[in-house]
Design a protein around this ligand. Structure first.
Ligand SMILES: C[S@@+](CC[C@H](N)C(=O)[O-])C[C@H]1O[C@@H](n2cnc3c(N)ncnc32)[C@H](O)[C@@H]1O
Length: 412
């Protein structure tokens, strides 16, 4: 039997001085899992491929799959993918570098590896992408998919490609994929993982590039993108989408086909605490009717789809900061306890056809409380970032396209 594959100096090379506890823990977990597995390369690769196919089989199933079964399958996919990462020769610097770019947070490879366990986000995307691919391949013999900011595991596509390959649904003549990530460690991991999954034939290009600057050499049929955090803050989804939408074929599709960002005024304790006391896990199917009734919905603040992106006008402020005008919302004046409520902003994602990621299905659709937004009340010490309004006022929202993207409310 072959030795476990952490023999490569690099995998142990992370274990240098000055590493934080989290990283130490992560390395230990990875090395332990390599040690524990005691499998040959051939066996490891088989287990990896099997885990990807199994997770996707469950995600695409039309019969209900128990939550725990899904979680287990996705964790197994993670455990296997992490082994490919451990073999990819990432230095501590490459693994942990996290920074703010001109258009948003660029998470470290170390932090990004967990997104492959975000079950209902991947499920909502994969089911949508599957339908979009089937739709496109009805009229085209081959299609090109662009997946920017894909992270080290490209989890919205690689499991699906593994499933297609295994079930011989679509081959590499039919689907061509361009992967883009600005993190060198994401690209290194992707290369190892794609080799291990034997998916190389499907991959047209892996580009280490800033997706807000990247120009593909070919026209794109499907643009798959998920680079957002809750409240539509921090990451550069909008800047990336706005730049890349121009490379879609005239009949090309974006996935998600629509992201709707909405606002509501909530009692924090009801929305974020009481509502979840009895729930087995957070999911749009488990929200409480009572808490939903208690919300004061303000409506849609911004919609992002192919046509709104193509029409979107940027305003440039004096200091060069760019903003996008979003909706105007009039605060209702028939709510008695408005001064006790906080603004929460949440996204509803329609990936494709009837598929999507609803509120609380994933961290990215969790409502985000904004404690700087006051209605009918004032903070004791007003700071420059506080926004104070009254019921009945009209508020114009803008979206700032900076290193920390997010909404800015302004009284009309
Ligand atoms: C949360 S992770 C992975 C998200 C991935 N789409 C998924 O579904 O799991 C975010 C990744 O986006 C990449 N990223 C962020 N901004 C980027 C940009 N402007 N250009 C290219 N990659 C970017 C980061 O390097 C990181 O690997």
């Amino acid at each position: 039997m072959e030795k476990p594959q952490f023999g490569k100096a690099s995998a142990l090379g992370y274990a240098e001085p000055h590493i934080d506890e989290l990283l130490k823990h992560s390395i230990r977990t990875q090395l332990e899992s390599l040690l524990k597995s005691k499998v040959t390369t051939e066996q490891r690769v088989k287990l990896l491929q099997k885990s990807f196919v199994e997770a996707m089989t469950l995600a695409l199933s039309d019969t209900k799959v128990a939550h725990q079964q899904l979680v287990k399958a996705f964790e197994s996919m993670y455990d296997q993918a992490v082994q490919s990462m451990a073999l990819a020769d990432l230095s501590q610097e490459v693994l942990t570098r996290q920074y703010i770019s001109a258009t948003g947070l660029v998470m470290s490879v170390h932090n990004c590896k967990h997104t492959i366990k975000d079950v209902y986000r991947i499920k909502g995307y994969a089911r949508g992408i599957d339908q979009a691919i089937r739709g496109k391949l009805k009229n085209n013999s081959t299609i090109t998919i662009l997946y920017p900011a894909c992270g080290p595991f490209a989890p919205l596509l690689l499991p699906l490609l593994s499933y297609y390959k295994n079930s011989q649904t679509f081959d590499s003549e039919q689907i061509k994929v361009i992967l883009v990530d600005v993190q060198p460690g994401a690209v290194m991991t992707l290369k190892q993982l794609i080799t291990d999954l034997q998916l190389d034939d499907y991959i047209l290009q892996i580009a280490e590039a800033d997706a807000t600057q990247f120009t593909p050499d070919v026209a794109i049929d499907l643009l798959v993108l998920e680079a957002m955090q809750h409240g539509f803050t921090k990451e550069g989804q909008l800047s990336i989408a706005k730049h890349l939408v121009q490379f879609l074929n005239i009949d090309g599709w974006m996935i998600p086909q629509s992201v709707s960002i909405r606002g509501m005024m909530v009692i924090g304790e009801t929305e974020f605490n009481q509502q979840w006391k009895q729930a087995e896990y957070s999911h749009s199917l488990n929200v409480s009717g009572e808490a939903q009734q208690d919300r004061v919905e303000l409506g849609e603040i911004l919609t992002i789809n192919k046509s709104t992106l193509l029409e979107m006008q940027e305003l440039e402020l004096q200091d060069g900061i760019k903003v996008i005008p979003a909706s105007q919302i009039t605060l209702p004046n028939d709510v008695d306890d408005m001064n006790e409520r906080i603004l929460a902003i949440y996204a509803h994602i329609d990936t494709f056809a009837q598929e999507g990621v609803g509120q609380y299905d994933s961290g990215i659709t969790h409502p985000k409380p904004d404690t700087s937004f006051y209605v009918d009340g004032k903070p004791r010490d007003i700071e420059h970032n506080h926004f104070v309004a009254n019921s009945g006022d009209t508020v114009q929202f803008y979206y700032q396209l900076t290193g920390l993207p997010g909404f800015v409310p302004v009284k009309v």
